[in-house]
Design a protein around this ligand. Structure first.
Ligand code: CMC
Length: 376
C-alpha cells in the first residue's frame, strides 16, 4: 500500500483546461463557449450550436447557411453501411450497432492515409461535420430496422431536427414536438470532462484519429451511470408501472441499495442545470399527449426520491419520457445522445490536439510484493 492520496474516479481532480464549456455547480449553470445553455436552447437551431462548439462563435447568417448546406449534403448513407447493418444480429443493442457503424465510417475516410492526416484540424472539422450529418441517418435506420421497416432517405429541404424525425417516423410531429427534440439535442451536446468526453480526449491524446476517439466515447456513453441512464430511466418506469406503486417500489429499491436511474450527478449536487429546460420541454409533450399516467409517475418518483434522499434528477430523467412520447424505442434513447454529444466530443478532440499532452496518469500498486518464479 502507499500513502499517496487516491482520488477514486478522479473525483474533484482538475486534469486540464477547456474553453468549450463551463459547468458551475454552485450556480447550477452551464455555458457553451460563454453562452448559457438555456439561452441557446431557447433560440438556436442545433446546427448553430454544433458550429459554436467547433468554432467558438455562433455562425453569422451566411456561415449558418453554408454549414447547413454542407450538413444536408453529407446525410446519405453509403451502400456499404446498409450492407454492414445487414450483417449485425437484429437483436444487437443499438449502441453497439451505432458504435460499429462509426468505426466503419472511419475506414471510408481516405484522408486518414495522408501523412499527418490523423490530427489535422481542417480535416477534423470536416470529419466532425460528416459524423454530425451521418449519425441521424444511422440512428433512424437502426430504429426503423427494429420495427421491420425500410430506411427513409434524408430530405434536404428539412433542418436537422425535422429531418431526423422524418427519417425515423416517415411523418413529422407538431412544431412544438419538433422543438422539444431540438432542445434535447442542444442540452445533450456538451458537458465538459464527463466520462465519454474524457475517453475521447484520452484517445486523442495518443495522436490517434477522431473516429477512434468517437468510437471509444460511444463505449463510455453506453454505461447506465452515464448516457445509458436515459434508457434505464424508462426501464424503471416500466418496472414501477404507475404512480400508485412508486412508494412501495422505492422502499424495496432503496433497501436493496439500487441506484435510481436519472438521479444524482458527480458534479451537480443541488440539481442539474439542464433539467428545468428539459422539464418544461417534456411538459409540452405530456400536455399534447394527455398521458396523465406517465405524468403522474414522473412527478411522483421525483417528489418521493428527492424527499427521501435529497438527490436531484439529472438531464436523463426528463429526456427519457420525452423520447418515449416522441415515439422512439427505449433502446434508441442513448443513440440519440450520441447524435447530440458527437458535437462536444469532436470539439474536445480538436481542443486536445491543439495543445496535446499524452494523458497517462499513475497508479499506486497494491498487489503482492516482489516474488520469484521457482527455478528462474
Ligand atoms: N440512486 C440512489 N442513490 C444514489 C444515487 C441514485 N441515483 N446517486 C447517488 N446516490 C447515493 C450513493 O448510493 C451514495 O450513497 P452512500 O454515500 O450512502 O453510499 C451517494 O449518493 C454518493 O453517490 P456516488 O455514486 O458515490 O456519487 P457519484 O458522484 O460517483 O455518482 C452518479 C454520480 C451519476 C454515478 C450517481 O448519482 C448515479 O449512479 N446515478 C444514477 C445513474 C444516472 O442517472 N446517471 C446519469 C448521470 S448524468 C447524465 C449523464 O451523464 O448522462
Amino acid at each position: 500500500m502507499t500513502d499517496t492520496e487516491i482520488k477514486k474516479g478522479l473525483a474533484g481532480v482538475v486534469v486540464d483546461t477547456t474553453a468549450i464549456s463551463k459547468v458551475n455547480p454552485e450556480s447550477n449553470s452551464l455555458l457553451y463557449r460563454g453562452y448559457p445553455v438555456q439561452e441557446l436552447a431557447a433560440s438556436q437551431p442545433f446546427e448553430a450550436v454544433a458550429y459554436l462548439l467547433w468554432h467558438g462563435e455562433l455562425p453569422t447568417a451566411e456561415q449558418l447557411a453554408s454549414f447547413e448546406a454542407m450538413e444536408r449534403s453529407l446525410r446519405s448513407l453509403d451502400p456499404r453501411t446498409f450492407a454492414l447493418l445487414d450483417t449485425i444480429p437484429s437483436d444487437a443493442h443499438p449502441m453497439d450497432i451505432v458504435r460499429t457503424v462509426v468505426s466503419q465510417l472511419g475506414t471510408f475516410d481516405e484522408t486518414l492515409h495522408r501523412p499527418g492526416g490523423w490530427t489535422d484540424r481542417e480535416l477534423d472539422l470536416g470529419r466532425s461535420a460528416y459524423l454530425f450529418a451521418q449519425l441521424p441517418t444511422v440512428v433512424a435506420a437502426v430504429q426503423r430496422r427494429r420495427r421491420g421497416q425500410e430506411p427513409i432517405p434524408p430530405r434536404d429541404d428539412l433542418d436537422y431536427a425535422r429531418n431526423f424525425l422524418w427519417m425515423t417516423f416517415g411523418e413529422l410531429p407538431s412544431d412544438a414536438a419538433v422543438d422539444v427534440f431540438r432542445v434535447s439535442m442542444v442540452l445533450y451536446a456538451e458537458h465538459s470532462f464527463n466520462a465519454s468526453t474524457f475517453t475521447a480526449r484520452v484517445i486523442a491524446s495518443t495522436t490517434s484519429d477522431l473516429y477512434s476517439a468517437v468510437v471509444g466515447a460511444i463505449g463510455a456513453l453506453k454505461g447506465p451511470l452515464h448516457g445509458g441512464a436515459n434508457e434505464a430511466v424508462m426501464h424503471i418506469f416500466d418496472e414501477i408501472g404507475s404512480a400508485d406503486e412508486v412508494g412501495a417500489w422505492l422502499d424495496r429499491a432503496l433497501a436493496e441499495k439500487r441506484k435510481i436511474m436519472g438521479f444524482g450527478h458527480r458534479v451537480y449536487k443541488h440539481g442539474d442545470s439542464r433539467v428545468p429546460t428539459m422539464d418544461r420541454a417534456l411538459r409540452v409533450l405530456l400536455d399534447e399527449s394527455g398521458d396523465t399516467g406517465l405524468a403522474g409517475l414522473y412527478e411522483t418518483l421525483e417528489r418521493e426520491f428527492v424527499a427521501r434522499k435529497g438527490i436531484y434528477p439529472n438531464l436523463d430523467y426528463p429526456s427519457g419520457p420525452a423520447y418515449r412520447l416522441l415515439g422512439f424505442d427505449t433502446e434508441i434513447f442513448t443513440p440519440l445522445f450520441i447524435a447530440a454529444r458527437v458535437t462536444g466530443w469532436t470539439a474536445h478532440v480538436m481542443e486536445q490536439a491543439a495543445s496535446n499532452a499524452l494523458i497517462r496518469p499513475l497508479s499506486a500498486y497494491d498487489g503482492v510484493d516482489e516474488r520469484h518464479v521457482p527455478g528462474a
